[in-house]
Design a protein around this ligand. Sequence first.
Ligand code: NAD
Ligand code: DAU
Length: 334
Amino acid sequence: MNHLLITGGAGFIGSNFVRYMLRKYPHLKITNLDALTYAGNLDNLKDIESDSRYRFVHGNICDEKKVAEAMEGCDAVVNFAAETHVDRSIHEGGVFVETDVRGVFVLCEEARKRNVKRFLHISTDEVYGSRLEGYFKETDMLSPSSPYSSAKAGGELLARSYFVTYKLPVLVTRSSNNFGPYQYPEKLIPLFTTNLIENKPVPVYGDGKQVRDWLYVEDQCDGLDLVLQKGEVGEIYNCGSHNEEFNINVTKAILKLLGKGDDLITYVQDRPGHDRRYAVDTDKIQKLGWKRQHNFMQGLEKTVKWYVENEAWWHAIKQKQADYKAWMEKQYGA
Ligand code: NAD
Ligand code: DAU
């Protein structure tokens, strides 16, 4: 691969992946197509923006012309672009269907015309839904619960259909909860870390006993690169870390790292349709040669330190989004 089109490269995982790939492959060119929604932020890529191997195209993956312009000269595509936050999908689902389903269609159509060599579509473990015990395998049934996860399921099924029907070399990953630098402070770990730095309370949904499997973003980048280079086309790869934790334990670990007391925990109303537990079997990606490098506390220490040292980055973001914040206050009383 000589020239990658990365979509959604101004978001959390996308920006980490752009940086990771430029560092790892000295001759690789990258075009980043991003609509710069509320979650997209060019500050995430300040350190590499003047690298001659990098090009930014401002545009929407649902816009055929922009997609054609961005894909020009690229021999592989990695699609991160998506609406990603479950609470927002409960608030307003339409844009999730548009980007996470129709946007995938537009990308697949253009990639098919151009005969790209690889098309890596980033999906999520949420497409399986919840399970209290055991681990989901790639062959298990999909049973998504939220408008977000349902739209993601639609998008990945559509992408795989382009492999079956047109032999587009599609690969799909289903990853667990990522965390690390540059994550938008609406997700659990960055929201709670930044609230606590400001001595504000942290809203734990329901009883706080939901379980997520926490994957440090650098380990995620290793896994995605491996699937991109060595994965078998038409196949799906789970990626998870076996760092399973109750939300309340995650909360207490952040409190401890920041030297704050439990009095800042506020239990609020539960998220509608809240999945109790996510957990994926990772044998298949491990057989490709992937192994996580960070356990939960190693990743969390690095992450909390990054937010402590980069207050200007998240402070600017947290000032915005008045409408959504008002809805969240009404929904959760938080
Ligand atoms: P994010 O919300 O931080 O970033 C999404 C990026 O996509 C932003 O830069 C945004 O501007 C861009 N974007 C949104 N709509 C667009 C559109 N229509 N056209 C072009 N660009 C658009 O997301 P993230 O957390 O980095 O997630 C990236 C991908 O990984 C998503 O597909 C998500 O479903 C998947 N994923 C995320 C996690 C996680 O824990 N964060 C876990 C598994 C899978
Ligand atoms: O599993 C992968 C998915 O992980 C990705 O596909 C999604 O894009 C990503 O947003 C994430 O989804 P979650 O809903 O699991 O992440 P979130 O950070 O929103 O919530 C994590 C858990 O913490 C979940 O059980 C809800 C809970 N929570 C979250 C917030 C924001 C709280 O208790 N309070 C909060 O304020």
